[in-house]
Each structure stands twice: as C-alpha cells, then as structure tokens.
Design a binder for this molecule. Sequence first.
Ligand code: SF4
Ligand code: SF4
Length: 371
Amino acid sequence: MKILDKINLEKLIGILKQDGYKVIGPVIKDGVILYDEIDSIKDLPEGWEDEQEAASYRLKKTNDKSLFSYVVGPQSWKKFIFPQRLRLWKAKREGKGFSVNSTKESKPKYAFFGVRSCELNAIFIQDKVFNNGMFADSYYNEVRDNILIISVNCTRSAGTCFCVSMKTGPKAKNRFDISLTEVIKNEEHYFVLEEGSPRGSDITTQLETMDASEVQIKEADDAINNAALKMNRSMNTAGLKELLYSNHDHPIWAQIASKCLSCSNCTMVCPTCFCSNMEDTTDLSGNNTERWRRWDSCFNLDYSKVTGGNFRTSGKARYRQWMTHKLASWIDQFGTSGCVGCGRCITWCPVGIDITKEIENLRNSPMPITK
Ligand code: SF4
Ligand code: SF4
C-alpha cells in the first residue's frame, strides 16, 4: 500500500491523459453527480456529499475538502461501454441496390476515475451479459478491453445503499488497476493507494508516493468499515430465487403496480440493466439509412410487443418481470444476481418504490390460499 497526496492525484490525471486516455470522473452538473470527462482534480466535487432516500436526492456542502464524499449519482459507467444511443451501421442507395458503409470508427480509450465497488461489480455483471460467447457485443468488448479502472472505496454510505448485503461493497476487492481510499484526519488529507494490475503498477511508479504506515492503512480501513456499519438498508438474499419463482401469482405484484408509474426510471439508472431496441431511420431523400440501437426498458409497453400481440400488458406483469429477472432468472442466465445494491432504483423512483422493502414484504406475506 502507498500514500498519494493531492498533488500526485493531479499528476495521475495528467499521466492518464498523456497515455491517451479520456479520463472520466465525477462532476457536478444539473444539481447531481454525473460522470463526464475531467481534466484536473479541480473538476471533482470537492466538499460535496449526497443525501439519498427513496424518491429523494440532494447535494449538500461538507465542512472539508473531500473529493469523494458523495456516493453514487443517477448515472453509471454503463453509458460509456453500452451507450444510450449507438449507430450500428449506415447504408447508401446505389442504383437498385445499396452499399453498407463498413468504415470502422475508432473507439475511445477510457480511464474510469472514481469507480465505486458496487459499480465495479456492475461492470463485471455487464461483462457476462455482453461478452457471452456467440452473443458477444463487439462495441462493448472493444471499448471494455481498453478501460483502465481507478476505483475509490466508499467511506460514506447513502441512505439507499445496500451493497454490504449483496457482497459488492463498500471496498473494491479485485479487478481494478488502482484503488484509492480517501482519508481526512485532523489536518491531513491523503489517499491510500493499492495497485491491482501490472498496468496500475506502471502508472504508480511514475508518481511520487510513500509507503503507507500501519496507522494510515488502519485509518483507511476504519473509514470503509464505518461506511458499512452506517448502511441502513439490506436485502436478505437467502433463497431469494426460489421465493420469486414460487410467487408468480402473489397479490403483492398488483399492490406494487398500483403505485408504479411504469416510468422506467429504475431501469435507466440501474448499472446492470441492458434492454435495448433497434431503430431504422432514413433521410428525406430516401438515399441514406441508418440503424441505431438505443436503451429500452422492460417497463415500456412496446418492449414486450411481438408478432401476435403483447405478452406483458399490465404494470403488474412488467414490475414482476423486472424484479424476478434482476434477482432470480438473472442467476440462471448469467450465474450472478443482477443487483449490486447501489440503491439507485430506490432513490430515483418518483414514487419511492423500494426493492429491499418489496422483497421483505414478499417474504413476510405468505401467498393467500385460494379455494
Ligand atoms: S436493481 Fe436497483 S439497487 Fe440493484 S443494481 Fe439496479 S439500481 Fe442498483
Ligand atoms: S422507477 Fe418506480 S415508478 Fe418508475 S417504473 Fe420503476 S418502480 Fe415503477
């Protein structure tokens, strides 16, 4: 473990940029923390933290100069690897036929700066979705292969976090290139740095670091443990798959649907959701056409429209599908739960539907016996 000061944190961003990385990190925009390109630590949300509860998000000034006191905002890193809108190909009319423009566009080389442990786990989950043997997504994998990950361990938890119960946080355990833990104690402000890959070590050797003392490592560990201890929400995952599979006809789905607006916010903010749709467009001349992929949601009525009809016409069916897929059939499909406990779907649901509470309600209300 090493110690990095703020001057060298700035230097780290410079090295990444020199190496050709587009550095993406947390910035304040539109009153929330978003992920966007950064040039300097001056772009980071110094002295800001977030307060989150069901259907509520606020940024609040802190009394210190912490750079990573916020937890997570509405966006996740998926927007860079699985973009919201992506042109898949374009074609031009030629006589009675057409030709497809197969020019390969160069892919960005990203350094993700400030990835939380739950988000790192969400990236691993999306890796399973998009790097899936014969169904591998070429755009995703080309971008993903070049991403450098600098994770930042959480030293605060938001009111909607439940990563501890999902075993996805608050400390990043592996598959990062560099991990940082911010420590502010008395007049000291430093980062405990851990190298996680040869690429991370190469970069670290270009920085001025010091070996971390036992006291400094303990300060960092205590700060992370504090975030875990203060986490108010949890999800009991024992037998969860079986619970959901055996409650397809439970009245709880209608109760949730009576609140749910089918707005799709929960799926847009979720770092693992991956529904998409295709759109073909032509210009006014009729000579040029493009095929675009854009994010979609299983909460949208048209998403379940197929030849012959729609197999999920009710809000009840759509919420049940989302939760059952996320927490049960995802395990059969990809060998992992689809939830990392980031809490975004709770914060950004306009009516405050809480996935942890709904699971608890389901556990505590046995299926009524019908005669
Ligand atoms: S389901 Fe909710 S808590 Fe779980 S990963 Fe998605 S947004 Fe986060
Ligand atoms: S965010 Fe809330 S209201 Fe909107 S679709 Fe999801 S559960 Fe329903």
